[in-house]
Design a protein around this ligand. Sequence first.
Ligand code: GLN
Length: 191
Amino acid sequence: MTIGILAVQGAFLEHAKMLSKLGVDSFEIRKKADIQRPMDGLILPGGESTSMYRILRDLDLVDDIKRLIASGLPVFGTCAGLLLLAKEVDNYKSDFLQTMDIKAVKNAYGRQLGSFRANGSFNGEDNIELVFIRAPYIASVKDGVEVLSVHDDKIVAARQDNQLVTAFHPELSDSTFIHSYFIDMCQEALS
Ligand code: GLN
């Protein structure tokens, strides 16, 4: 199993570390040739969504990524990655990838308050550390989207078929629980 990690901007190294803790190989996607390599899953990390999307456009990666997602490749977007996947961003005129039926709010907690740690649950499992950094949240989801985590009445993780998003940064916590959930998705897609 090999996971491609978008590595043009933001917190990509930490995802590779998490995957290696789970014994899963990964490689960085920095240019067109990288996205054409075989992969069993794709991670879109946190960072700054507007900058990241601009770079994706400059590198001509947008259509490749959309095609991979449409073909069923499991994708995991954290924080800015969530914003890239959201069909709608409430307070921002998004023209990002727009593949997932969620409405997100960018910098939803305010610039300062948006960075904090909390304890929450994910997919029914309690005591998951949630690390928020200038985080978005999900204001609403459409049919077919499963809500996986709610913190302070706000949706902070969700899944729609092969797409998983978290508003927080599981790669910055000690637990591999959420990465392991994603790897299970990748495994299911293979079988
Ligand atoms: N606030 C960032 C954005 O709007 C996301 C922050 C993050 O990825 N940690 O893209």
